[in-house]
Design a protein around this ligand. Structure first.
Ligand SMILES: Nc1ncnc2c1ncn2[C@@H]1O[C@H](COP(=O)(O)OP(=O)(O)OP(=O)(O)O)[C@@H](O)[C@H]1O
Length: 270
C-alpha cells in the first residue's frame, strides 16, 4: 500500500466539461470530457497519461494547473485540496511548485527574447535574484539541462528543436518546482533528440526528486519514462496501474489494441 506521504498529487473522481454553445434561449450547453478520473502521482515518480487525440489528457493537465474549472471531484497537492481555492486565486507558491512544459517550445518561448533572457526573467521573477547571483543561477540552469552557455545569446529560431526544449525546461526549473506537467513534451522532436530529452528528464528527476505528469500518445515513450500509467479513452481510464501491470497485463480490449499497434518496446531509459 502507498504511504500517504509518498503521494504528492492526488486526483479523485475528476469531472470536467466544456461549454459547447448556447440554446436559442441562451442556456449554456455542455459537453463532459472527463468522467470521474482518479490517480495518484508519487514523489520522484512519473505518472503517464496516454490515449488517443481528444481523450482528455491535456484537459486533465490544465485542471491540475488550475487553468480551467472543474465540475466535480478534487485535486490534492501535498495534502492541500487545491480545487477548494477560488477561481483566479491560485497562490504563487502553487504556481511555482507545479510547472509545465509543452509540445512546441517554439510557441511557448518568446521569439523576440534571447534564450538567456528567457531563463533569467523566470529566475528574477521567482527568486528575486539580480546581478552576478542571477547570472550564476542562469549559468547553472543551462549546465543542468545540458545547454552550452554560449547558446544563451541566440533567439529561439536560431536554436534546434531539442535546444529550444532545453531552454523551456531550464525556464520551468527556474523556480524549483516539485511537479512538472510534460504535455507531449517530446512529441515534436525527432527520434534521437527525443531520446536525449527523455534521458535529460530522467536525470533531472533523479537529481531533483521531481514528479512528472507525462502526457503522451506514444506508448513506447511512456514505457521508457513512466512508473505508473493511466490509459484514457473518451475521458475515462480503461486501464490504470504500474507500467509493468498495464503493459504486461492490460485488462481492457482498448489498451490491448493500443499496445498491439506498437511492435516492441525498448528498455527503460538509463
Ligand atoms: N477549450 C475547449 N472548449 C471546448 N472543448 C474543448 C476545449 N478544449 C478541448 N476540448 C475538447 O475536449 C476533448 C478533450 O480534449 P483534450 O485536448 O484534453 O484531449 P487530448 O487527449 O489532450 O488530445 P490531443 O492529444 O489531441 O492533445 C476534445 O473533444 C476536445 O475537442
Amino acid at each position: 500500500m502507498t504511504a500517504v506521504d509518498d503521494v504528492i498529487l492526488r486526483v479523485e473522481d475528476l469531472r470536467i466539461r466544456y461549454e459547447k454553445g448556447r440554446s436559442i434561449w441562451g442556456t449554456p450547453r455542455y459537453s463532459q470530457v472527463v468522467h470521474g478520473v482518479s490517480f495518484a502521482v508519487k514523489r520522484g515518480e512519473t505518472f503517464g497519461l496516454v490515449g488517443e487525440s481528444g481523450s482528455g489528457k491535456s484537459t486533465i493537465g490544465k485542471a491540475i494547473l488550475r487553468q480551467i474549472p472543474i465540475v466535480g471531484g478534487s485535486i490534492t497537492f501535498e495534502g492541500q485540496r487545491i480545487t477548494e481555492w477560488k477561481e483566479g486565486h491560485t497562490p504563487l507558491s502553487y504556481r511555482r511548485a507545479v510547472q509545465v512544459i509543452f509540445q512546441s517550445p517554439r510557441l511557448s518561448l518568446n521569439a523576440r527574447m534571447l534564450a538567456r533572457d528567457t531563463v533569467a526573467e523566470a529566475v528574477a521573477f521567482h527568486l528575486g535574484l539580480k546581478g552576478s547571483e542571477l547570472d550564476q543561477r542562469v549559468d547553472r540552469l543551462f549546465d543542468d539541462v545540458g545547454l552550452p552557455r554560449h547558446l544563451g545569446d541566440r533567439y529561439p529560431d536560431e536554436l534546434s528543436g531539442g535546444q529550444q526544449q532545453r531552454v523551456a525546461i531550464a525556464r520551468a526549473l527556474a523556480c524549483d518546482p516539485r511537479v512538472v506537467i510534460c504535455d507531449e513534451a517530446v512529441s515534436a522532436l525527432d527520434v534521437s533528440t527525443q531520446a536525449q530529452v527523455i534521458a535529460l528528464l530522467h536525470r533531472l528527476q533523479q537529481e531533483r526528486g521531481l514528479s512528472y505528469v507525462f502526457i503522451s500518445h506514444d506508448l513506447g515513450v511512456v514505457r521508457n519514462l513512466c512508473h505508473a500509467v493511466g490509459v484514457l479513452k473518451h475521458g475515462a481510464f480503461t486501464d490504470i496501474g504500474s507500467v509493468e501491470d498495464v503493459f504486461e497485463r492490460p485488462t481492457s480490449q482498448y489498451t490491448r489494441e493500443l499496445l498491439d499497434a506498437i511492435p516492441r518496446f525498448p528498455g527503460r531509459a538509463a
